[in-house]
Structure formats: structure tokens, C-alpha cells
Ligand binder design. Structure first.
Ligand code: NAD
Length: 372
């Protein structure tokens, strides 16, 4: 493992290697940037083949969180943690409490949450050792499942995209394709139906498809997983896996807009340019799916579901701003989202240097908690 590898993956502020042999803990916490506030990002537990693979993942993911928070107008920085191990067989109370100690040692510079391979139970153990954790159960004052908020944000992203491309944010009669009926996709379908859209759905789990087609017999139509991406529609909303816009799929798309909840929808950045050439408007995934992060941010301030719901409406403005930057600078919407984030980090980061006492409310609230 080398410092060169860390440097190659962006200018991180701090990378902490966590090792506790007594419980078999091997973890890495990466803090990418705290210009806007404390670095928030989940803890991923994964059976990485090599330590280098884990390091690259945490560096890449923490950088992504910086951009997501900044482009979403949140006073948060970007961070992430990975625990090396099999989440099915190697989870113990001791492992997560030891990890909690390391999180606590950063004194609020990094705030953790659930991610792939970790869940509410694990975060409860982390919470026993540190207050710097979000995504804890509602009974502990947490915000619970973020998916309905993510889905509401996705709805806002779809509306902003429809306004830009079709001249109206009214979804009545619009054909929307939802790939994946998991936590985000199923909530999104409910919102879309309320707004009068005609929805096409698909999931590799046939039971999930049946639930939706039974619930909305006339408004929802099932499509096979092989065909869903190529269904003619106004909006394609990917809500399953990443990299679905790739060299094989891009030429076969029959949508006017891509706007959905899945992470990393583009196989490569160049696919954003290709979508634009095809006349397809791409709403950048990390701006569209930020509702869950907004929900967690509200948790830091003292949770209110109403305020979290209101906050997710901001996705509409954020996505609109991305489209404006793309037009202003004649760049892809993917690059425009990055530019929106970078501009905010530069401007607000400078301001914060002049007024250091006025950092985010979330940060000061948590600092109080920690000092109790
Ligand atoms: P989930 O695991 O609950 O749902 C994913 C669904 O996609 C599953 O039902 C799965 O069967 C289905 N699926 C997998 N491959 C498929 C295929 N080829 N065709 C059709 N369906 C397929 O996950 P989720 O929490 O709903 O998240 C969905 C996406 O949104 C992920 O990319 C996730 O990273 C992203 N995301 C989620 C949140 C959140 O709040 N849950 C926040 C931000 C981003």
C-alpha cells in the first residue's frame, strides 16, 4: 500500500487505517474534503480481495461524497469508511464497537452511516462508542430508512428534467420507465402514479413486479429485465445497478430523459457526451439521488420527517442549476454537476475561512453532543 496510490485518487485530507487484532478489525476511513462541513459517508463492509482494492474503493467513494454534498447545497464534506471482511459471516458486536472507537477518535471530522454490507443493528453498536453516526433507528432519534426521501428527490429530478426537455414539469400522461423495484424504485412508482404518469416497471425479482402490477392494475405495465432499458418513453429512471448506460446499451435507448436513483449510471464519463449527442437529457445521478443524504443531514440538526421531506424538494433546483451550467459552459451535464460542486466548495470554503465560527449548524450541534 503506498502513499502514491492515495495521491493518485485525489487530494484527501486524511486517511486513517484502523486495526484492532482483538476483534479482527481491518478498516480504512478516508476524509476527502471538509471545506463545507464534517465529512459524512457510510461504512461499507465488503470481502475485498486485496487491501489495495479496499483503499481504492474508500478513496473513490469519499471523493464522490464531497461532490454529492456540495452539489446538493449541504454543509457537509465527503468521507467514507470500508471494513474489510465478509458481512455475512464476520460481523460481531466487538468489531463494530472497535470501529466506533476509531470514528470517535476523529472527534466529528467524520460522521458515519450505513452502506452496502452494514445495517441499522451495526450502527447501533457504533453508536455505543461514538455520537458521530447517523442512520440510527427512529427510536434513538434517528431518521430510519432514507429510501422514501431518496425517491421523492428522484421525483423532483424527473420533474426538473421534464421541464427542461419537454417544457412542462407536469408528469400527467408521461411514460416513465422504472428499472428496479427495490426500496427506491417502489417508492418512486407510488409518487409517479400520484402524479398521473404511465409507468413501465421491471425487476429480476418477479414478486416485486407482481406487487406493483397488482397495486396499480391499469397504470403500471411490466416489462422484461432484458427489454426495460429499450422501452419507448419520455423518462428512463434507473433504480437498480450502476453502469447501465454503456457502449452496448446507449445506441438502443428510446427515451428523451435519463433521471433516476441508481448510483454511477454511466459506465464512463464520455457516455454523458454521447447521450447529449443523441438528444437525451441526462440528469446526473448523484444530484438526483441526494434525497437520502438530505434526510440524514436533517438528522444531524434534530430530526423532523416533514423538514426532511421539504428539503428533498431542493433536488429540483439543483438539477435545474446543473442544466444551466451545462448550457453556460457548453459542457455535458455530468461535468456541469462536478462544476456546480467545485464552485460551491471554492466560494463557501473561502467564506468559512473568513468566518470560521459560523460553520454548519449540524457540526456545532454534534460538537455539543460530543462534549456532553
Ligand atoms: P434495492 O437493493 O432495495 O433495490 C434494487 C432492486 O433492483 C432490487 O429489487 C433488485 O432485484 C433490482 N434489480 C437488480 N438488477 C436488476 C436488473 N437487471 N433489472 C431490473 N431490476 C434489477 O436498492 P435501493 O436501496 O432501492 O437502491 C437502488 C439504487 O439507488 C442503487 O443503485 C443505490 O445505490 C441507489 N441509491 C439508493 C439510495 C437509498 O436511499 N436507498 C440512496 C442513493 C442511491
Amino acid at each position: 500500500m503506498s502513499f502514491a496510490l492515495i495521491e493518485k485518487h485525489g487530494a484527501h485530507e486524511e486517511v486513517l487505517f484502523c486495526h484492532d487484532a482483538s476483534v479482527g478489525l481491518k478498516a480504512i476511513i478516508a476524509i476527502h474534503n471538509t471545506s463545507l462541513g464534517p465529512a459524512l459517508g457510510g461504512t461499507r463492509m465488503w470481502n475485498y480481495k486485496t487491501e489495495e482494492e479496499a483503499l481504492i474503493d474508500v478513496l473513490r467513494l469519499s471523493r464522490g461524497m464531497t461532490y454529492k454534498a456540495a452539489a446538493s447545497g449541504l454543509n457537509l464534506g465527503g468521507g467514507k469508511a470500508v471494513i474489510i471482511g465478509d458481512p455475512k459471516t464476520q460481523k460481531t458486536e466487538g468489531l463494530f464497537r472497535a470501529f466506533g472507537h476509531f470514528v470517535n477518535s476523529l472527534n466529528g471530522k467524520y460522521i458515519t452511516a450505513e452502506d452496502v454490507g452494514t445495517g441499522v443493528q451495526d450502527m447501533e453498536y457504533v453508536y455505543m462508542e461514538t455520537p458521530w453516526v447517523t442512520g440510527i433507528p427512529k427510536e434513538f432519534g434517528g431518521s430510519g430508512d432514507p429510501s422514501p426521501y431518496t425517491a421523492h428527490g428522484v421525483l423532483m429530478g424527473i420533474k426538473a428534467s421534464a421541464k427542461e426537455k419537454l417544457g412542462t414539469e407536469d408528469l400527467k400522461g408521461l411514460r416513465v420507465v422504472v428499472q428496479g423495484l427495490g426500496n427506491v424504485g417502489s417508492n418512486l412508482v407510488d409518487y409517479l402514479i400520484k402524479d398521473g404518469a404511465k409507468v413501465f416497471v421491471s425487476d429480476i425479482d418477479v414478486q416485486k413486479v407482481k406487487v406493483m402490477t397488482d397495486r396499480y392494475t391499469s397504470q403500471v405495465q411490466a416489462v422484461s429485465p432484458e427489454e426495460i432499458l429499450f422501452t419507448e418513453c419520455e423518462v428512463l429512471a434507473p433504480c437498480a445497478m450502476g453502469a447501465i448506460i454503456n457502449d452496448q446499451s446507449i445506441g438502443r435507448l428510446r427515451c428523451k430523459i435519463v433521471s433516476g436513483g441508481a448510483n454511477n449510471q454511466l459506465a464512463e464519463a464520455r457516455h454523458a457526451d454521447q447521450l447529449a449527442e443523441l438528444g437525451i437529457l441526462y440528469a446526473p445521478d448523484y444530484v438526483v439521488n441526494a434525497g437520502g443524504l438530505m434526510n440524514v443531514f436533517v438528522e444531524l440538526e434534530g430530526y423532523s420527517p416533514e423538514r426532511a421531506f421539504e428539503k428533498t424538494r431542493k433536488v429540483f433546483d439543483n438539477v435545474t442549476q446543473v442544466f444551466q451550467i451545462a448550457k453556460r459552459d457548453k459542457i455535458s451535464t455530468h461535468l456541469a454537476a462536478n462544476r456546480l460542486a467545485e464552485e460551491r466548495i471554492a466560494t463557501i470554503g473561502r467564506l468559512k475561512q473568513r468566518h470560521p465560527g459560523k460553520s454548519s449548524r449540524a457540526f456545532s450541534t454534534l460538537r455539543e453532543v460530543n462534549n456532553r
